[in-house]
Design a protein around this ligand. Structure first.
Ligand code: CO
Length: 134
């Protein structure tokens, strides 16, 4: 069921200095910032030959990553995103296997315009998992 690694997300206090490191020292191509008010984050994507890095900055008062960034002021890995062919079938299979799907289980549209769901980190070795419809 599980497909390609779509991205690894790193949450930071401020996008621009983090993006500058990837653009400069690492020589990567970095997208323009994209505000996602419905997710409470602004994102940029760092393009890698085989995947992407998503840099996240809190957006708005009620950002779901505000506490995480407060606990990790230097930034930290926030989640990893796997692709699945059928997100609703994947959700049902995960639930049948005892995994907790966050936010009620209805997919939202993510940063790539595709449906996404998040899975509870306690069910996945302490790592928040995002699933994205391939
Ligand atoms: Co993500």
């Amino acid at each position: 069921m599980i497909g390609r690694l779509n991205h690894v997300a790193i949450a930071v206090k401020a996008l621009e200095p983090a993006a500058a490191v990837y653009r400069g020292a690492l020589g990567a191509s970095v997208s323009a910032p994209q505000p996602l008010p419905e997710h409470g984050v602004t994102v940029v994507f760092v393009e890698l030959p085989n995947s992407k890095i998503e840099l996240l900055e809190p957006l708005g008062e009620a950002s779901p990553i505000a506490d995480f960034v407060a606990r990790n002021p230097k930034g930290a890995v926030h989640h990893i995103c796997y692709e699945v062919d059928d997100i609703l079938a994947a959700r049902d299979r995960l639930r049948d296997n005892g995994a907790r799907v966050l936010g009620g289980g209805d997919p939202k549209i993510g940063a790539h315009g595709k449906p996404v769901l998040f899975l509870h980190p306690n069910d996945f070795s302490g790592v928040l998992i995002e699933l994205e419809q391939a």
